[in-house]
Write a protein that binds this ligand. Structure first.
Ligand code: IPE
Ligand code: IPE
Ligand code: MG
Length: 239
């Protein structure tokens, strides 16, 4: 990992994306390829989240978002969903214990249908890391881009009805302020693993200028060198 950091930082003129979004796909296939249950793929997928979080922090990335459960993922089997919810609860506890003074953890998405234990862990983690001044780590869980825009529209209409804003105040910046990512910069680089070339309802408003990078490798196999390649790819974009 140290070599990768040095390699990236020593590359002349390299630009580090301010906001990286990662669509962590392929946990199920990773497990199936090994004759294991899908759940073990999800468990293995937590490891690269930790490694890549540390790496991005050291590189000076300002915002890192992991898309781990979409608003469409409720269609999965009951057993898989229950396993994931428990895994996410444990993961939020781990995040707040290891965030130090550096990482501000935020949930983006909605609480509807999430188990109470998970909601409690999310809130606890957000509260205990809220004064951290380093990187923002977003966990997109029960998240969907259309859902986010729909929510923001409702909040805007409510504020108009309450007399807090007038219609002429609506512009692109105001809409951005009503999204879950309010106050954060748009995503600069989107990474998706597992060979699927789509963005599955991820940050549809915030990604109009994002560079996209795909790898055939599955998420549990994601390594620092993948991040390095994606950052090099990002640097091909002219600004
Ligand atoms: C991504 O891996 C994790 C979640 C969406 C929860 P998948 O579970 O989608 O794995 P594949 O795509 O079926 O291999
Ligand atoms: C996309 O993965 C969403 C997440 C990684 C959380 P999916 O595996 O659910 O997406 P599709 O259905 O293949 O587009
Ligand atoms: Mg998938």
């Amino acid at each position: 990992m140290t070599n990768v950091i040095e390699d990236i930082l020593e590359t002349e003129g390299i630009r580090i994306p301010k906001h990286i979004g990662i669509i962590c796909d392929g946990n199920g296939r990773w497990a199936q390829n090994r004759g294991l249950p899908r759940s073990l793929g999800h468990k293995a997928g937590t490891k690269p989240i930790e490694t890549i979080t540390n790496l991005c922090f050291k590189l000076g990335v300002e915002t890192l978002t992991f898309y781990v459960f979409s608003s469409e993922n409720w269609k999965r089997s009951g057993d898989e969903v229950i396993f994931l919810m428990k895994l996410f609860s444990d993961f939020f506890i781990k995040l707040r214990n290891e965030a130090g003074n550096n990482i501000k953890v935020k949930h983006i998405g909605v609480f509807n249908n999430l188990p109470n234990t998970l909601i409690t862990e999310i809130k606890e983690t957000e509260i205990s890391t809220k004064n951290n001044s380093g990187m923002v780590l977003n966990i997109a869980l029960n998240y969907g881009g259309r859902l986010e825009i729909t929510n923001s529209l409702k909040k805007i209409v409510n504020d108009i009805n309450a007399g807090n804003i007038t219609i002429d105040k609506i512009n692109e910046d105001l809409i951005s302020d009503y999204l879950f990512t309010s106050g954060l910069q748009d995503v600069d680089l989107i990474i998706r693993t597992s060979g699927e070339m789509r963005t599955s309802n991820f940050m549809i408003w915030q990604s109009t200028n994002a560079q996209l990078w795909f790898t055939k490798d599955h998420w549990p196999d994601f390594k620092p060198h993948h991040l390095k390649e994606s950052i090099k790819h990002y640097n091909r974009k002219n600004i």
